[in-house]
Design a protein. Structure first.
Length: 396
């Protein structure tokens, strides 16, 4: 039976980076994946350009039942360290918005970089590998694969979450955690579009494709200022993806569709200057025409001139457009979610080594654990930082 210092399960962002670093530190590493190619999610990410980190990474941008857990790894391997590595590989990048860094050319460059780093660490890679069982004894971990068995003194679970099952996502990591007595917190789709109840969805069908700047607020008070996109299934766009991670079924979100305009003052000024101008045309100066027409058909915008708009109507219009309360029907689920919230409970793990405190040699890194970042490169940074922390421990 072939023996390794460490076996890493999952050749995604976290697994590849951890395997490469441990290999470069002198460990004999085996990297396993059930897919045909490594880094499949990286290739899909950031619209094919991979939003690989964020300039403003900070622990507050991560959701977890144990909010302090991510601090150590994020502080020890930072966005600047990863930017440095990307630079060493000659990958050109740019900031798109809000500190989000993307490759100028293609996400393939990040995968190629990780493959090159794995080669530098002499990592043995086995793709299309199903792990049938994992057993632990004094020697470490014995894995039954389809075909043969392998042994590793240490085992790293980097099998990710449940989002995008088409890209190889599986509950494997949760099952291993449970097998070794670790708690797995309930999982749900995060960074995911909202679906709407049928009557509202039907009323808004004509808006599919319309995008507006917005400020969106969850019931717990968390606020995001980003674009909102109407779709044929409901609501999407960065604002909605962000708030979806903080939303629980049955809750409402409040949406300001005019965050950059003091609507009451704008209407008063316009009324002074052009009293006979229609309310609809006035609002179309601030909002997409299709949205104004739809809202008028729904009865939210009275068919009047500015002069005819009475103060009660104006107040309720301003209230509606700046505090639109929506109760989503649900989310699009794991099929389109970018991440999985919940997962392996970090209370049982060391934040320095990512090792299970009661199961020596068993480590969890990346999305499989209960650490989920905002949209914008935060999730990849968690993959890099947790992988780095784990690799240091493997090499010790
Ligand atoms: C469409 C999309 C776009 C995204 N864009 C961004 C972005 O631009 N920026 C950002 O920060 N985050 C983005 N994310 C989130 C980011 O991709 C993940 O958070 C990140 O990939 C997690 O890394 P990971 O290594 O933990 O898991 P993954 O990258 O998911 O890797 C897990 C690996 O484990 C393998 N695996 C699973 N089960 C088994 C098993 N039983 N046996 C063997 N192997 C197994 C999988 O095939 C996979 O290769 C995006 C996600 C999606 C779905």
């Amino acid at each position: 039976m072939e023996r390794f210092d460490a076996i890493v399960i999952g050749a995604g962002a976290a697994g590849m980076f951890c395997a490469a670093l441990a290999g470069q530190a002198g460990c004999r590493v085996l990297l396993l994946d059930n897919g045909k190619k490594p880094g499949r999610k990286i290739l899909m990410s950031g619209g094919g350009r991979c939003n690989f980190t964020n300039l403003y990474v900070e622990p507050a941008a991560y959701l977890s039942q144990n909010p302090h857990f991510c601090k150590s790894a994020l502080a020890r391997y930072t966005q600047w360290d990863f930017i440095d590595l990307v630079g060493k590989h000659g990958i050109a990048w740019h900031e798109k918005t809000l500190g989000q860094l993307f490759c100028d050319d293609s996400a393939q460059q990040i995968v190629d970089m990780l493959v090159a780093e794995c080669e530098k660490g002499n990592v043995t890679q086995r793709l299309r590998s199903e792990v049938l069982s994992v057993a632990r004894d004094d020697q470490g971990y014995t894995l039954q694969l389809n075909g043969d068995s392998v042994q590793g003194a240490k085992l790293v679970i980097a099998s990710g979450g449940l989002s995008m099952p088409g890209l190889g996502a599986s509950p494997f990591g949760y099952k291993i955690a449970e097998q070794f007595g670790l708690k797995v917190l309930p999982t749900r789709a995060g960074l995911v579009p909202f679906t709407l109840h049928k009557p509202l969805l039907e009323q808004m069908q004509t808006l599919s494709g319309v995008s507006v700047p917005s400020v969106i607020t969850a019931e717990d008070g968390i606020v995001f200022r980003e674009n909102l996109l109407f779709t044929h299934r409901g609501l999407s766009g960065p604002a909605v993806l962000q708030i979806s991670s903080y939303w629980q079924p049955g809750e409402f979100v409040s949406i300001n569709l005019l965050p950059e305009c003091d609507l009451a003052s704008f209407l008063n000024e316009q009324r002074e200057a052009h009293p006979n101008q229609s309310l609809k045309n006035t609002l179309a100066m601030q909002l997409p025409k299709r949205l104004v027409e739809c809202l008028q058909q729904l009865g939210q915008i009275p068919d009047v001139s500015l002069r005819q708009l009475n103060s009660r109507e104006q107040e309720s219009l301003v209230e509606w457009l700046t505090h639109w309360r929506v109760q989503p029907n649900g989310t699009e689920g794991y099929r389109t979610a970018e991440v999985t919230l919940g997962g392996v409970d970090t209370h049982a793990l060391s934040s320095r080594t990512m090792e299970a405190r009661n199961v020596p040699g068993l480590h969890f890194i990346g999305e499989v654990m209960d650490v989920t970042g905002w949209l914008g490169g935060y999730n990849f940074q968690w993959a890099w930082s947790s992988a780095w922390a784990c690799a240091q421990a493997l090499a010790e």
